[in-house]
Unconditional design. Sequence first.
Length: 109
Amino acid sequence: MPETLASQVAALTAILTRMERMSDDDRKALADDRRGAELARSAVSAELTDIRHSQTDVLRRLDRIEPVTDLVTSVRSRVTGGLMLLGVLGGIAWAGIVFFKELIVGWFQ
């Protein structure tokens, strides 16, 4: 079955039409993908901006809290040291009272 020039041109025209349709579909799909990627990129950018602002707020709060925690830690350690000193001095005084009990009772008679 010999192919005529007209049938070959018709076949090539059909192939080119199909390729053009596929190319248009691919362009539309690419445009949709680009729009989706741009939406995702803007969402990620917004989230990163929120995280950066949150981190800045946390650092600002920590800068205000640090002097207070240093003061509380300092006061707590001073109170603890004072109580330990009072305990040691009280123990020494109590040991002295027990050791010199007879002498002390003699003063009050």
